[in-house]
Design a protein around this ligand. Structure first.
Ligand SMILES: CC(=O)SCCNC(=O)CCNC(=O)[C@H](O)C(C)(C)COP(=O)(O)OP(=O)(O)OC[C@H]1O[C@@H](n2cnc3c(N)ncnc32)[C@H](O)[C@@H]1OP(=O)(O)O
Length: 407
């Protein structure tokens, strides 16, 4: 079948079962279609979902969720959260994904919707060609339980309480909202996203228990337990779904709570790359650390996108920008940041100081990936001495971005 034999259309409510069916198969969850329907229903935005149709059946689907993300200097900002991308096995490598990506990004541009898009990739090699840059990493810590803290760690006076799910959920929601307003990379959560995030379907438990909730006045942790034994004794494991803390005391108290659960040998937690956890432990190597790619960002419209965040220092450079997939971004732009960190981005005919691409600017957008690092990798080229250093410094944020919510 030639590419042109596909038609493309937005979905309606009635399409949910077929949409979920394609996704279940694409993600090798053939036996869990009902669970996929149940979970997708909580966030489904049919009018922002697309299907490529061939012979009356869905050959591929993709969805945009209306969400927000905390960006440097500006707090929560609208983001088109791209998800639920799947192509039927017998339609792969015929350009179905490419057409979906083009329809999404060109559609966002033409309608003047969100200036940035974001996604989590099932495989990191897929989305660079569409201009998505890796903007956050995350780390997984596997910590030896009962590891003591360093002397002087302040646990505060507030107790951590284990609450049943129905009591915990309304209490923790405002705690999360407070966190997401300040932590760059954290996503805002509407009611449906909240429900989706804490759906406790059996096929999502990874062999662990139902979710438990431990709550502190300034934070919470949602986690599962997995029991285990060896001939040397208990070998239980804590699997943290989400640890949110708005004060250092809450963070320390919640971490201590997890580390001290009886019969547990290991605590597994996904965290931002500059998470303070190792700084609490008397022996930091008790937290074995693995690093993974996290959320990818796409600048839909370079001018609107770069103006949507604040910057750490003033800068004035002309950028030569490459962008094959969204050609309206390509060419020369003057990027100026004033003393208050506010940016202005205008077309320019001046000689460029730096050559880059929207993909690399997207990678730097949340202040995690340094432009100087991209230059060292040969991805960004400097024409005016000092321009990369100035640009790199301006893009940095107070802390590394952190997003551990896979959507
Ligand atoms: C945001 C999310 O939802 S992430 C989830 C993505 N979905 C999945 O992983 C489910 C299983 N996989 C699939 O459904 C499909 O294989 C997809 C969506 C990954 C790719 O769909 P396709 O329609 O086959 O992609 P398409 O034909 O448009 O390929 C475009 C290009 O990407 C490349 N590509 C596609 N998939 C991959 C991959 N997994 N790894 C590396 N490159 C890939 C193709 O080779 C092609 O390269 P080319 O332009 O140099 O020829």
């Amino acid at each position: 079948m030639a590419n042109d034999d596909y038609s493309i259309r937005p979905l309606t409510d009635d399409d949910l079962p077929e949409f979920a069916g394609v996704l279940a198969k694409a993600f090798l969850n053939d036996d869990h279609v009902d669970s996929v329907v149940e979970s997708e229903r909580t966030v489904f935005e049919p009018e922002r979902s697309l299907a490529l149709v061939a012979d009356g059946r869905f050959a591929g689907v993709g969805q945009i969720l209306t969400r927000s993300v905390c960006v440097p200097g500006r707090g929560q900002t609208p983001v088109a959260a791209v998800t639920s991308v799947g192509v039927a096995t017998d339609h792969r490598r015929r350009g179905v994904l490419t057409r979906l990506m083009r329809a999404q990004l060109h559609g966002l541009h033409e309608s003047g919707a969100e200036p940035i898009a974001a996604l989590w990739a099932s495989e990191a090699a897929i989305y660079g060609r569409f201009g998505y840059g890796l903007a956050t990493d995350f780390v997984n810590y596997e910590i030896t339980a009962k590891t003591p803290f360093r002397p002087g760690i302040d646990l505060g006076v507030d107790r951590v309480r284990e609450l049943p799910r129905e009591e915990a959920l309304p209490v923790i929601r405002p705690l999360y909202d407070r966190y997401a307003e300040n932590r760059v990379g954290a996503l805002g959560r509407g009611a449906g996203h909240w429900e989706y995030h804490f759906l406790d379907l059996e096929n999502r438990r990874g062999g662990g228990s139902r979710l438990r909730f431990a709550v502190h006045p300034d934070g919470y942790v949602a986690y599962r337990v997995k029991n285990g034994w060896t001939d040397r004794g208990p070998d239980g494991r804590v699997l943290v779904r989400e640890l949110v803390a708005n004060t250092p005391q809450a963070y320390a108290a919640l971490a201590r709570h997890l580390l001290d659960i009886d019969l547990v040998q290991w605590v597994d937690v996904n965290a931002g790359v500059d998470d303070p956890l190792p700084w609490l432990l008397q022996t930091p190597r008790a937290a074995k650390c693995s690093r993974y790619d996290g959320m990818f960002v796409r600048l839909v419209d370079i001018d609107r996108a770069l103006c949507a965040r604040g910057y750490a220092s003033a800068v004035d450079v002309v950028l030569e920008v490459a962008d094959e997939f969204c050609p309206w971004n390509a060419g020369r732009w003057r990027f100026t940041v004033d003393a208050d960190g506010a940016a202005e981005v205008t077309r320019s005919t001046d000689e460029p100081d730096v050559s880059t691409s929207t993909t690399d600017l997207a990678a730097a957008f949340l202040g995690g990936t340094r432009i100087a690092t991209l230059a060292a990798a040969g991805r960004v080229r400097e024409h005016t001495p000092g321009a990369v250093a100035a640009l790199s410094a301006a893009f940095l944020a107070e802390r590394e971005p952190a997003c551990v919510e896979v959507f």
